[in-house]
Design a protein around this ligand. Structure first.
Ligand SMILES: NC(=O)c1ccc[n+]([C@@H]2O[C@H](COP(=O)([O-])OP(=O)(O)OC[C@H]3O[C@@H](n4cnc5c(N)ncnc54)[C@H](OP(=O)(O)O)[C@@H]3O)[C@@H](O)[C@H]2O)c1
Length: 333
């Protein structure tokens, strides 16, 4: 094993603010605690929650690194005590609670998966956050079943591109909303049966028209605000609404009577504060159910653009324009 450097380059949030507060810095190279892997990163995914964290609105959970970054891919550089299912040199991708914008990251082995065969490090780094989130919210919490109808908002987000592909692959009929014709085409290319340009079209009306008034069985929503009431209008009898973010706000006034009358479920979740064991259970499900689809290229992470680690601020600026389709990834080495 090559000796680990004493320090590494990382990107820190100098102070809460705009993209320019993301600053390259030198930090001590982490050492793996018992049960952890140290990953020498090749690439790190950028996610919308990183922007919230940079702005000061999404602090890392207790014990997590203050360095942003929720996912990396790279090679195992060292093993903590008790890790037996990985070896130094293995190509892995990992879901982190923080610390991804760096040359090295220490992470519980439970949250790591071998890079799917045939995928490169940039693609692998774009997998964990979106695939863990979609799996646990759409298939576990939302219990999406084959032949059910599914609506995802933000269809071209990292989360949306993953949700469309997985729901389609598991036999659901998929509706997606996105802003503009190019984004709608991308949703259809990924497997959406119906793509709705929310800037020009009313998704409530289109869902009603295309389901003969029945509504969809499951909605994955990151928008909130006025979408909450509109979502309930296009949810079927026994339908489920899973909330994973509130880009338009979380305080709303709605009439809950239809929820009772139509026996609907409103729920939501966040991934980051869950325990390594809970994240490990999601990783295990992904390994069995989704890794074969990634290796067969039936589903794939959609890479929009890469930036060198030192240009993390430019990556955030791009994400804030919402011009991207799929994932933005930082290349580390
Ligand atoms: N709960 C969890 O565990 C969890 C985990 C990961 C991510 N998330 C959340 O899931 C969402 C997607 O994350 P991501 O990394 O995939 O995001 P992303 O790639 O940056 O995509 C977000 C997309 O949402 C659409 N959008 C709709 N309304 C918006 C608004 N009011 N402001 C900004 N964008 C809006 C935009 O596309 P259009 O052009 O189509 O509007 C935008 O491209 C984020 O809100 C994130 O916080 C939650």
């Amino acid at each position: 094993m090559t000796a680990l450097p004493r320090t590494m380059t990382a990107i820190e949030i100098r102070t809460p603010g705009g993209p320019d507060v993301l600053t390259p810095t030198e930090r001590p190279t982490p050492r793996p605690a018992p049960g952890e892997l140290l990953i020498e990163a090749n690439a790190a995914g950028v996610n919308r929650p990183d922007i919230l964290q940079r702005q000061g609105g999404y602090p890392p959970p207790k014990g997590a690194s203050d360095i942003p970054g929720l996912e990396v891919a790279g090679r195992v550089a060292a093993l903590g005590d008790g890790v037996t299912n990985f070896q130094v040199g293995d190509a892995v991708c990992a879901l982190l609670a923080g610390g991804g914008y760096a040359e090295y990251a220490a992470v519980p082995a439970l949250q790591c998966l071998k890079v799917p065969k045939g995928l490169g490090m940039v693609e692998a780094a774009a997998i964990p956050e979106a695939f863990f989130t979609v799996w646990t919210n759409v298939f576990e919490r939302g219990a999406l079943a084959p032949r059910e109808t599914f609506l995802v908002h933000g269809g071209t987000s990292g989360i949306g591109t993953t949700a469309i592909q997985l729901a389609h692959a598991f036999g659901a009929r998929v509706f997606a909303t996105a802003g503009g014709p190019e984004k709608c085409k991308a949703c259809r290319d990924l497997g959406a049966d119906v793509a709705i340009d929310y800037r020009k079209e009313d998704f409530v009306q289109i869902v009603s028209d295309r389901t003969e008034g029945r509504g969809v069985d499951l909605i994955l929503d990151m928008v909130g605000g006025d979408y909450v009431a509109r979502n309930l209008k296009c949810l079927s009898l026994e339908g489920r609404l899973v909330q994973i973010a509130f880009l338009k706000g979380s305080k709303v006034e709605i009439d809950l009577l239809p929820v009772m009358l139509k026996r609907q479920l409103l729920t939501g979740s966040t991934l980051r504060p869950r325990t390594p064991a809970q994240k490990g259970a999601i990783a295990a499900a992904l390994r069995t159910r989704v890794w074969p689809l990634l290796e067969a290229r039936t589903v794939k992470p959609v890479i929009f653009r890469t930036f060198p680690l030192a240009e993390a601020a430019a990556a955030h600026r791009l994400m804030e324009t919402s011009a991207h389709i799929g994932k933005i990834v930082l290349t580390v080495r």
